[in-house]
Design a protein around this ligand. Structure first.
Ligand code: NAP
Length: 312
């Protein structure tokens, strides 16, 4: 009997593990649940969910015995957790195992933006280094003033790395944390006014929609660089594009966007933006860990044991 529905695009190894471990039935996205045979839908107790398409009340109601949505990823903003809780459905995610990779990419994007590594690479490869000489001078990053919006698991890993770059660390979170030597700001505008580099590491979802507002972006100023590894929804993207186009801030490093992967084409015209295709956790090693944690949650639920990483 099939008790597990695997939703999303999994690697061959993960597909085999879901099939061998749980006899999982696979579909591409939550919008495909209605097309699954009704008899099979009636037996599904657990969903292994991967992707960013919305999994809401309507999808849940197509699976009458559903008791678990095990998300592949720490960010579960695609899942309507309130609707799940109201139906007695548990949600799990994959925290911590991806912190290092996401923080690595965040710091890499700052360095790529400031040191113009993409343009400098093009300069060398296109023969201009040999023909015209040295690449133009760019910007020192070490020792700068940096702000983190959202000092959670990933935000803290970003800050820890930036200590190694001798940066002056500031942050905004809803309450001050145990952070000797770092400066807490009660509001994000005050944070942006105090720093040149601003990292966004918030959760996504309605509560943080547009949290990095036009006022925050303007407070950063013309030497400001924004790095976002959270969700596209956390920044007022129209305000960000305006500020980048008009030079009201210096640049950005962005791994996440509204409407990704069909991002606003205005980004492509901006040489001061480093664009990454939402690949923060995208290493072979970390994706293996994320998939394994997702499956441990499915196994625990089906065996009636405690969930390893519950959300609700
Ligand atoms: P986390 O430990 O839960 O930290 C989330 C941060 O968001 C906390 O600092 C928290 O603030 C803040 N926050 C939560 N709700 C808020 C609200 N209503 N208003 C203001 N701030 C709020 O999460 P994490 O593990 O670091 O992950 C953060 C996010 O990164 C994920 O949710 C996901 O969307 C994103 N992510 C992206 C990638 C990628 O590939 N680019 C990979 C993994 C994760 P407080 O400190 O005040 O509690």
């Amino acid at each position: 009997m099939t008790e597990t529905l695997a939703i999303g695009a999994y690697t061959d190894d993960d597909t085999a593990a879901l099939r061998d471990g749980f006899q999982a039935h696979g579909i591409a996205g939550p919008d495909g649940i209605a097309a699954v045979d009704g008899g099979l839908r009636a037996t599904v107790r657990a969903v292994a969910f991967k992707g960013h398409k919305s999994f809401g009340a309507a999808e849940m109601d197509l699976l009458p015995k559903l008791g678990l949505i095990a998300n592949y990823g720490v960010g579960y903003d695609a899942i309507d957790v309130a609707a799940a809780s109201a139906r007695g459905i548990k949600v799990t995610n994959t925290p911590d195992v991806l912190n290092d990779d996401v923080a690595d990419l965040a710091v890499a994007m700052l360095l790529m933006q400031g040191r113009e590594t993409i343009q400098a690479n093009d300069w060398a490869r296109s023969g201009q280094w040999a023909q015209k000489g040295e690449y133009r001078l760019n910007r020192k990053m070490s020792g700068g003033k940096v702000g983190i919006v959202g000092l959670g698991r990933i935000g803290r890993e970003i800050a820890n790395r930036l200590v190694g770059f001798k940066m002056d660390i500031h942050y905004h979170s809803r309450q001050e944390k145990q952070t000797p030597g770092w400066t807490w700001h009660a509001d994000p505008v005050s944070l942006a006014q105090s720093v040149d580099f601003l990292f966004v590491a918030l959760v996504g979802g309605p509560a943080t929609e547009g949290y990095v507002s036009r006022a925050v972006i303007d407070a950063l100023g013309p030497r400001g660089v924004i790095v976002n590894i959270s969700r596209g929804s956390t920044i007022d993207e129209a305000a960000l594009l305006d500020a980048l186009e008009s030079g009201r801030i210096a640049g950005a490093g962005l791994d996440v966007f509204r409407n990704e992967p069909k991002i606003d084409p205005r980004f492509y015209a901006l040489p001061n933006v480093v664009i990454q295709p939402h690949q923060g956790s995208g290493t072979v090693e970390t994706r293996i860990e994320m998939a394994a944690l997702q499956r441990r949650n499915v196994a625990a639920y089906l065996a009636g044991k405690a969930l390893e990483t519950p959300v609700n």
